[in-house]
Design a protein around this ligand. Structure first.
Ligand code: GLV
Ligand code: MN
Ligand code: MN
Length: 421
């Protein structure tokens, strides 16, 4: 049971929030961003790559320096534990440290580093909590090296998924199984913990990755849920032939088919979902990908998001029919229904914002997050800070320092009250 309205606990939580150290938090963001730094200021750190393993080694050392124990599990998720007075189910926070190929310094990393900053703040303030506090680093949230995304958190809440993930291969043919073995060799000393131990709550702090908070000029977002998502691959087949000699009526051009199909899919998505529709055709593979040969094969991805489960289900039916009409093959890659977060954890986040005199907006997340899966496991919610110009999945991703610090303070407040339930 979660307790509410406890003035003594609020005072302790306020002390934890006040102990957040801006300089240390900002320095830790820069230090982590050096692992996989791109010349344009962004970060490229694929899940379980050599740079990710180096970054993990650095974070494990930092955790030990903070007096924490670190454990892992079958999907190489890392759990950094600050012990509690009681051996009760922990309060969990954290996010991911893998990035998009042209990612920024904050997506995922901010939530992990703010979690570590909360531990450092509790240490500095000399505060013990009744429950342990765990900072989780979830493996392969982005899903760009191994599909699907949010692999670590989904395997945590449902370990039976793990065997279905092991043969996932990256673009170079390296399997997740092999990447997990490299992780074991890099961090052999980490104990493995059992499947999905109970947790009291999970709170994920993240950048918004969209423009709502900035447009409203509000520094914090209390996230009430996550919209649903569908990922598909569409495959169009043609016949390779000479670009200069083949008359237009004789061609069977896979790209002509693919762009017509793309236009139909966009029309379906927009007419079905209206202003809430988000549809993206982000990955294209063309064979033979030659300037003077008609394409014989085109495969492209579709990412469709919407807050209404019914719209997502109807989209599934309509796109399957559309693929049939165009003579294309379709493969579902990933699906998740919309998620609603826990009212009591949301109330704690609201209370933290009030205690810090920070205006907050309630909103739904457009991006998916590890919290989407943790919500199946324990009471869960998220907190957002603004993204400058709404930009993310881009080296230019940025958040004002005052917002990063305020978010960490609100997280410290929330985690401390939950840890003292
Ligand atoms: C995760 O980054 C997503 O695609 O929403
Ligand atoms: Mn993220
Ligand atoms: Mn991301």
């Amino acid at each position: 049971m979660m307790r509410t309205d406890q003035p003594a606990h609020d005072d302790v939580a306020r002390r934890a929030a006040e102990s957040i150290d801006e300089t240390r938090l900002l320095a830790s963001i820069e230090t982590l961003a050096a692992f996989g730094a791109r010349p344009d200021g962004g970060v490229n750190r694929p899940a379980l790559s050599a740079t990710d393993l180096d970054a993990r080694r650095y974070l494990v050392e930092r955790a030990h320096a903070l007096g924490c124990a670190v454990s892992t599990d079958a999907c190489a998720n890392l759990f950094i534990r600050r012990p509690g007075i009681d051996d009760a189910p922990p309060v969990m926070t954290g996010s991911h440290i893998d990035t998009q190929p042209s990612g920024g310094k904050l997506d995922g990393c901010y939530g992990v580093l703010a979690g570590l900053e909360c531990i450092a703040a509790l240490n500095d303030a000399g505060l013990s909590t009744r429950r342990p506090l765990d900072v989780a680093i979830w493996t392969n949230e982005e899903g760009t090296r191994f599909a699907p995304g949010a692999m670590g958190s989904s395997a945590f809440v449902e370990p039976a998924r793990m065997p279905t993930y092991l043969d996932a291969a990256d673009a170079g043919g390296v399997t997740l199984r092999a990447a997990l073995e490299s992780h074991r060799r890099t961090l052999p000393e980490l104990p493995s913990r059992g499947d999905a131990p109970p947790a009291h709550a999970f709170v994920e702090l993240h950048i918004e990755q969209g423009p709502q908070l900035e447009n409203a000029d509000v520094p914090l977002g209390v996230v009430t849920g996550i919209q649903g998502v569908r990922w598909y691959a569409f495959h169009c087949e043609g016949v390779a032939a000479h670009a200069g000699t083949t008359p237009m009526p004789m061609r069977r051009d896979a790209m002509t088919l693919a762009v017509a199909l793309r236009a139909s899919l966009e029309e379906i998505a927009v007419s079905l979902g209206g202003e809430h529709t988000r549809v993206t055709f982000g990955r294209w593979s063309v064979t033979p990908n030659s300037i003077n040969t008609i394409p014989s094969d085109v495969t492209f991805s579709v990412d469709f998001r919407h807050p209404d489960a019914h719209v997502l289900d109807t989209f599934d039916t309509l796109v399957a029919a559309c693929a049939r009409r165009h003579g294309a093959r379709i493969a579902p890659l990933f699906a998740h229904t919309p998620v609603r977060f826990d009212c009591e954890v949301l109330a704690r986040l609201d209370a933290a914002c009030r205690a810090l005199d920070a205006p907050a907006l309630r909103l739904t997340s457009g991006a998916f997050h590890d919290a989407m899966y943790l919500a199946q496991h324990c009471p869960t919610a998220m907190l957002f800070v603004p993204s400058r110009d709404g930009i993310s999945h881009n080296p230019a991703e940025a958040t004002d320092a005052r917002h990063l610090v305020l978010g960490a303070r609100a997280l410290a407040h929330t985690l401390t009250t939950l840890c003292n339930d």
